[in-house]
Design a protein around this ligand. Sequence first.
Ligand code: ADP
Length: 498
Amino acid sequence: MNAPFAATALEQLRAEYASAPTDLFIDGKFVPAASGKSFEVEDPATGQVFAHAAAGDAADIDAAVKAARRALEGAWAKTNPAQRARLLTRLADLIERDGERIALTESLDNGMPFMMAKFAGVFGASEQLRYNAGWATKIAGETIEPSSPGEWHCFTLREPVGVVGAIVPWNFPFVMAVAKIAPALAAGCTVVLKPAEQTPLSAAYLGKLIAEAGFPEGVVNIVTGMGETAGAAIVDHMGVDKVSFTGSTSVGKLIVKNSTGNLKRVSLELGGKSPVMIFADADLAKAIPAAAMGIFGNAGQVCAAGSRLFVHEKVYDQVVEGVQGMAKALKVGPGLSPDTQMGPLVSAEQLTRVLGYVESGAGEGATVSVGGSRIEGEGYFVQPTVLTGTAAGMKVVEEEIFGPVLSVMKFGDEEIDVIAARANATEYGLSSRIWTRDISTALKLAKRLKAGGVMINGGAGVDPAMPLGGYKQSGWGRENGKAGVEAYTEIKSVTVAL
Ligand code: ADP
């Protein structure tokens, strides 16, 4: 198979990354970290350092927050909604223009297959911008009739919440970054973005496109750096009005604790342990590959990964054999090899974590029916893994693994409430999937599931129009859709006595 990108483009990009660290983007300028320090960036397919990024810390965050505040009160406040919409659309065009470069960067940095980087990353990002550009001109308050004695004219205003600190993870670095910036800018906020230290490069490039699109200085600032320094400084900063975070539940909890200084608003999109339920009457030709790719896609490093598979006993053998067959057949390799279907895990730390879970599952009595091992050689590759004989109470069933490890369980003709209770037996509540041709079963279950998302007989992936977020410990608030853009606003009630 031919590579879906130009080999020369990859060579140039590698040379560029080898030549100098990427800069921070603060107040419209590309600058090194104030400390002069940079950090190493690894290619997870080889474990080799191929780039360096500026190591921003509290001093750089402070400069970025001040620039964002000036822009919020200055040039950005003067733009009207239509101008904001046009800028967002222009940025979408530039992202598509440079899609190959961005996807190559993403694949080198995160390890994901190039085509996934292109579709989920590049087009996912430009669609976020186009969708939210539409909202810029449609954010509105309402008029309200109060019941107090007298005659009134009362209405609400939706105002930008202010300076937003956006902290994003490494699993889909580019689209995550853009999905935070787009609604915030549409709502009239300014942003300080911190990408994950494992994958800083596509966000660093985003700064170049933001400058080229013509956003006023300071509207978006991008500070690469460590979570414990740069990330913590955003959360701590009294000049940040809202933190929007996507990442692990443990860091999410830390952010809640550390954001009390100015009681900044906090949105959290956290972990999951999402159930997939396949009933006996399901369309198995669709359900089986969807169940497999729902956990092996992006090597399971997906917050909404379908990591707990519940199968009706009548179709259990057929489904499990189907998923096992796909797990064995998947081409695991570097994201930039054209036939790769699953890339490496992002880091050595993640590899250790995932293998640790497999070992713990085996220790608690699960059967490692397929996979379960590291793929020897360079890079952080692990085999797609299917654990059978798993049960409630095992760590592999209760905790988020964030790797290509599926726990399979069986159900019978129990009441719908019993099945729902098993699906809900987790501290998370992000996503869920149901496969059945019986509409009543599907909708009864959909009502009973404690999850922010329910996909029946297939899902559209992440769509910028569909609210995304979690019940329980999967988060606070929703991203995407109207709720997603309104999350970047404050409501002001204006009461006029006539
Ligand atoms: P994971 O555990 O999957 O690596 P994290 O939740 O640790 O994901 O990371 C998500 C993002 O949160 C990254 O950008 C990371 O740098 C940042 N981060 C990590 N620790 C902190 C912290 N103490 N305060 C703020 N941000 C943090």
